[in-house]
Design a binder for this molecule. Sequence first.
Ligand code: PLP
Length: 398
Amino acid sequence: MKVYFDNNATTPLHPEVKKELIEAMGMFGNPSSMHAWGREARANVEDARSRVAGFIGAHDDEIVFVGSGSEANNTVLSLFVCASNQCIPGTKMRSSIITTKIEHPCVLETSECLAHRGARVKYLNVDRYGKVDLDQLAGMLGDDVGLVSVMMANNEIGTLQDIATISKMVHECGALMHTDAVQAVGKIPVDVAALGVDFLTISAHKIYGPKGVGALYVKKGIPYCPFIRGGHQERGRRAGTENTLGILGLGKAVEMRQLEMEAEEKRLASMKAILKKGIEERIDDIYFNGHPTDSLSGTLNVSFPGAEGEAILLYLDLEGIAVSTGSACASGSLDPSHVLLATGVDAERAHGSIRISLGRESTMQEVEYMLDILPKTIKRIRDMSTAYIKGGTHAASR
Ligand SMILES: *Cc1c(COP(=O)(O)O)cnc(C)c1O
């Protein structure tokens, strides 16, 4: 059996998106061209823009298509430095940025880079469930703060933040608010007006669309500085000939989410509940990470002390099951997850964690298969580990 439980890393194309992309594959016109080929491409790009805008309650001209969620996040953070250096006429932004310790690396590493370029960056703590400390935010907000960036849903543990409340606090102090909503859009209702955000990040491949395309919501009237310069595309907000097929795929993915999201997310939540209960019943000495209720319906992060996350991943892979570990394997690093550490989990428990993320193709049979394989896998790894004593060193760390 082949089981893909890594939907927070990326998702398979929705069959309808795939169909539309195959049909559109011959569309090669440049949307900037005025002839028929160009107009066809332009019409498709603008159609996708309306869909994306409509899905989050934005106006069409508040949507900028970009190359990825990472690019959207880089754009917002870099815009800030650009604005504080008065690159945008008439705008002098304040010099501090606030973000959180659990952001995606594309926010954290960009923030570190900005700190080297003169910005003051402050990082918010989270509680044991991964919720941002609002008292700490209130204390940090002052007239030096120009921008606050807090993710809406965490990719590793699924915890949701109260973005509307945070936006309100941020605006009261006169700063701008950005949220990385890559894991939220298409899974929970997102309305930019209700959230009160100035910038919001979307990525297509996390919602059954193609890779290498995303969208950035930029509220009307908000200072803006392009990250990629040298072209009039996207009203001068993102240079470079548009990824027409990618954008078309994003539009279709959003359309399908609009139709399926509500029922689908309920289905995932009930599968997760069964998975959670099954793990609890069949495996000793486990800990669930993330918020017990305020969480993405398909995301389950669990720690198995005495079993390395990488070992679990590889043994499950041998059985045809794909999950992920919190540690940033992609960067070749074996550091424990920064997200789990921020929630106060110790390094050993963080190392013994896996993320199971369900998606629209996940089935109950797959959940049952996982509940059959996982207990054996954990037992096998723990039996091999001389260091593991149940309730020993781990009991003390509870
Ligand atoms: C995947 C992800 C990103 C990056 O999006 P890409 O389109 O892959 O660059 C950013 N933030 C979060 C929360 C993510 O899950």
